[in-house]
Structure formats: structure tokens, C-alpha cells
Design a binder for this molecule. Sequence first.
Ligand code: DGL
Length: 267
Amino acid sequence: MRHRPIGIFDSGLGGLTVVKAIQKELPREKLVYFGDTARIPYGTKSPDTIIRYARQIIRFFRKEQNVKCVVVACNTSSAWALEKVRGEFPIPILGVIEPGAYAAVEATRNGRIGVIGTEGTIASCAYVKAIRHLMPKAKVFSKACPLFVPLVEEGKTSGPVTEAVVREYLKPLTKAKIDTLVLGCTHYPLLKRTISKVAGKRVRIVDSAEETARNLHRNLDIHGIELSGHGGGKYYVSDLSRKFKEQAQRFLGKHIPKVEKIFIEKY
Ligand code: DGL
């Protein structure tokens, strides 16, 4: 069991920010990544569709990759599908919302926490529930930021246009005097600098990737399935666009040597 890989998936390549954090925390583990690049964005889709996609991807991971556990790196999928699919497969399935909520509760001093994410993630109230579960008195202010994903996909992570969009979305949150802001979407860590500039120095920015990696480490420990191997990764996508290489490099911070396109609908 220990020698089997860990499956990580996202709606696209944004989840590579989570892969990067896992590679740092658990350099000896073998990782298999799947980016659903043919069906991105998940953020605007219905819960039923998100759940169906998650089932297909986990079936692919089990059948073709024999994974020992799965990390749902996509916030929208963690918000809508995680609870549903967790009981359907006999391996640990972890998400990004609980770790993000935990990190936010650890970071806040005044109990006023902002959460930003896709329309789907914010509509699910998954972060609000997870934060209140840990800190019942917390005041959580949420805001969907649908323009952030296309801005990041286009590489527009700074500059006047991006700053204006960030300012517009963050207005109600800064007005609410939050001291902590959760980046509840795989793409938002790339906007961290601009978000921090707009939110002000006093607002702590929480990126769930690192806490997700630590949570995975704890879980492997608990299940006694941590590997002391040589690491390594395999990368799969459902569509290979012309921009793939440039985008993958942006999210992972390094070049991906080999990637394979698969037909995910058959699972
Ligand atoms: N991966 C998605 C998330 O973290 C963002 C992109 C999308 O909408 O699919 O919510």
C-alpha cells in the first residue's frame, strides 16, 4: 500500500500549486496529477456535474494508477463533491477546505475572516461551515470573484486592470474589517501580491495549499502509508491546449517533462 502513488486532481492546472506544496512536504512520495483541462471551469457548473466529474477522476485514479489516497486540490470540487464521494471509495480522500479553514482560524486575531472563491465554492458555504465548526463565534464574509480565474489563466496577475478588479471585489471585505483572507481557489495564490497590496498589510493571506500538504502528511502517518521512496510525478490532462506548457510552468514553478492526454468520460 505504501508504495502506491497519491492522486491529486483539479479542474485544470491551478491544482499544480497544491502539487508544489506536497512535493515540498513529502518529497519521497510518488504523485499522479490529473487536470481536467477540457472541462474547466468547474466554478460555474452545477453540483451534480461537479460530483459526476469527481467520481470519474477517482475511478481513473483507482483503476489505472492504483492510488493509495486522493487529494481534491480543486476548491469547487472539495466544496460540492468531497462529502459525497468520500464514502464511495475505500481509500482516504482529502480536500482543501478543511485545511484552509484551520489555517484561517489559526491566523485570525479579531475573528473576522474573509473568504474568496468561485461562484460555486461561495454558494456552497463550505468555508463558512468549516470555519464556524472550528470557531463558532467567527464572523465570515464571503465573496465570489469570477473574473480572477480568467485573469490568472491569461497571465494577468498584476497591473492596473487586475488591481482594479481586485479592488472592486475586495471592497466589501475590507469594509468589514477582516484581518484574515482565505484564498479559496487554486488560481488565487498567483494573485497573492496584488491581493495583499489591495487588502493592506494588516490582512493575513491564507493559501490552503501548504496546510493541505501538512494535512496529507498527518493522514498518511495515521494510516501508516507514508513512503520513503524517490518521489516522482506523472501528469495527465483531459485536453492539451497550446498554452499548456506556459500555464503549467506558472503554477508549478518548473517545467513538466511529460504529460499525457486521456479521455476521462470513459470512467
Ligand atoms: N480549480 C477551481 C477552484 O479551485 C478554479 C477554476 C475553476 O473554476 O474550475 O475552485
